[in-house]
Design a protein around this ligand. Structure first.
Ligand code: PLP
Length: 395
């Protein structure tokens, strides 16, 4: 058989395995104190009560002949879930049609799968540093990648360059790993770029629930013209703790114009109904509950808890005079390594001298060199102790 030769071009992602190996070796050397991990991008709070209740109820329905459900008629999800998502957008002041909402088993799947509707000569514009899935999925599809390198001077927020001609543009806001959030003016510049260049924006809003500052856009559709040039891929993972439950959603407007005569909404529907049989009923009931008024209240309290952790990290860095992005509208704090240290040198020092684990910024792309990502997912006492140790080490 012939294989997809593009796989040979995917770099091995050694980041998290290297971290795990270094931490395991250090632990085996009997460190003086417990090792605290601020490196993980996974939620730690259990599912909110209203979600658990909805899942129990759905399980009971599956146990009864009269209410049992088999295949969902549409791979794009039950109407009740799509309506809950559309209502969520309505609350943000944006109109999304039920036939523009596609329920998925998570943002990562759709980020990869959406490339099924793109052509082989696609050029993807991807910011650096970045969530690695954008790069690897485009390489697997044989696409050409052009990078926009971030820097502390621009707050790691990419701006369009008219000299670059791209078909796809990736924007993640709030960003993983930098925690930076795009303002309306910068997003408008990207929408203008996309319309001028007939490019499609893939807007990743997986961390939308962390935005608390008034005036920052929660969705690309708050920007005029985005309904003609952007799909939005989002997730219940960080908003409601669904990293293990698995549910997300993608918005593909029927008004997109950047693909010429092609109807991307219809193509995506066709793709999903060909290769996907939908998200489990029990999970869709959980997602509906997460977006209910009580669900919003309970999950917001969890996000507040993580934001409280981020504030503890930010205050510690402020006292040390260390610059960072993120923290206020994001679970990530993207700190400068002190004294011009490289990402891995600082990672090693932090582990050996403070027994704290971060994620080396360079693991997210070359522009991440000299930075470390600290994550606010975790327990408050651990975060407080980790920051006290970092302050002791660097103070
Ligand atoms: N997008 C970004 C930016 C992420 O950081 C993550 C997960 O960490 C995802 C998407 C994946 O989300 P999901 O769990 O819905 O697949």
């Amino acid at each position: 058989m012939q294989v997809n030769e593009h796989f040979a071009q995917i770099g091995q992602n050694y980041l998290f395995s290297t971290i795990a190996r270094k931490v395991a070796a250090y632990k085996a050397s009997e460190p003086p104190r417990r090792v605290i991990r601020l490196g993980i991008g996974d939620v730690t709070e259990p599912l909110a009560p209203v979600i658990i209740e909805a899942m129990h109820k759905a399980v009971d329905e599956m146990a009864d002949k009269r209410t049992f459900r088999g295949y969902c008629d549409d791979a794009e999800g039950y109407e009740f879930t799509r309506k809950a998502v559309a209502d969520h957008y309505a609350e943000l002041g944006v109109t999304v049609g039920l036939d523009e909402v596609f329920i998925s088993d998570g943002a990562k799947s759709d980020l990869g799968n959406f490339l099924d509707v793109t052509g082989p000569d696609t050029v993807a514009l991807i910011p650096d540093p970045v969530y690695p899935a954008y790069i690897d999925t485009n390489i697997m599809s044989g696409h050409t990648i052009t990078y926009v390198h971030g820097s502390p001077e621009t707050g790691y927020l990419a701006r369009p360059d008219d000299d670059i001609d791209a078909d796809l543009v990736y924007i993640c806001s709030p960003n993983n790993p930098t925690g930076a959030v795009y303002d309306a003016e910068t997003l408008s510049a990207w929408v203008m770029y996309a319309l001028d260049h007939q490019a499609l924006i893939i807007f990743d809003s997986a961390y939308e629930a962390f935005i608390r500052t008034d005036g920052l856009p929660h969705t690309i559709y708050e920007i005029d013209g985005a309904e003609r040039c952007a799909v939005e891929i989002s997730s219940f993972s960080k908003m409601a703790g669904f990293t293990g439950v698995r549910c997300g959603f993608t918005i593909v407007p029927k008004t997109l114009t950047v693909a010429g005569d092609a109807d991307l909404n219809q193509m995506w529907r066709r793709r999903q109904n060909t290769k996907f049989n939908g998200v489990p009923y029990i999970v869709q009931r959980a997602a509906e509950a997460a977006l209910s008024p009580l669900g919003r209240q309970q999950t917001r309290a969890q996000v507040d808890y993580y934001l409280g952790n981020a504030a503890v990290i930010a205050r510690g860095l402020d006292r040390l005079g260390i610059s960072y992005t993120g923290a206020s509208n994001s679970p990530y704090v993207w700190m400068a390594c002190p004294n011009g240290m490289s990402s891995w040198d600082f990672f090693d020092q932090l582990l050996e001298r403070a027994q704290v684990v971060g994620t080396p910024g360079v693991g997210f792309g070359p522009a991440g060199e000299g930075r470390l990502r600290l994550s606010a997912f975790g327990q408050r006492p651990d975060v407080e102790e980790a920051m006290a140790r970092i302050e002791e080490m660097l103070g």
